[in-house]
Design a protein around this ligand. Structure first.
Ligand code: ZN
Length: 158
């Protein structure tokens, strides 16, 4: 890595991380003291594998809708363009454990879902690109490795 960049994740060495993991990527404080905590939720090992677009897209819809049943301060859940994970932003809740708990509950809900919410041309920008089965597979794989979520780097000493 050479020069420090504006975007936090551009300063992260993606060759050193070990997916899956949940990592606090940054905190932004507003003028009134409100704090937004942004998490890097990595499903796939960078530059080795990635999520297929229809599966990723359906998982995005499912997590966006279902996560809000478990937490009232979610600002946003968005997929990364590299298709290896999601960003989750939460306001005024600094608890990392709450995020782990939220993710576990949400992914379990995904496994039980019988449809992808809002996968139609009125509510979505690419309604043809969805896979409920694919989303469930991603959720199941992530849940299976829950013990690894707190370890971000392959080498523990980092
Ligand atoms: Zn959509």
């Amino acid at each position: 890595m050479t020069k420090k960049m504006n975007v936090e994740s551009f300063n992260l060495d993606h060759t050193k991380v070990k997916a899956p993991y949940v990592r606090l990527a940054g905190t932004t404080e507003g003028i009134n003291g409100d704090k937004i905590f942004k998490y890097d939720i990595r499903f796939s090992q960078p530059n080795k594998e990635h999520m297929k677009m229809p599966s990723l897209h359906s998982l995005e819809h499912l997590m966006a809708e279902l996560s809000r049943n478990h937490h009232s301060q979610i600002v946003d859940i968005s997929p990364m363009g590299c298709q290896t994970g999601f960003y989750l932003s939460i306001i005024n809740d600094e608890s990392y454990d709450n995020v782990l708990d939220l993710l576990e509950k949400t992914l379990n809900d995904v496994l039980k879902a019988d449809e992808v919410p809002a996968c139609n041309e009125i509510q979505c920008g690419w309604a043809a690109s969805h896979s409920l089965e694919g989303a469930k597979e991603l959720a199941a794989n992530m849940l299976q490795k829950k013990d690894e979520w707190t370890q971000v780097f392959a080498d523990d000493s980092n």
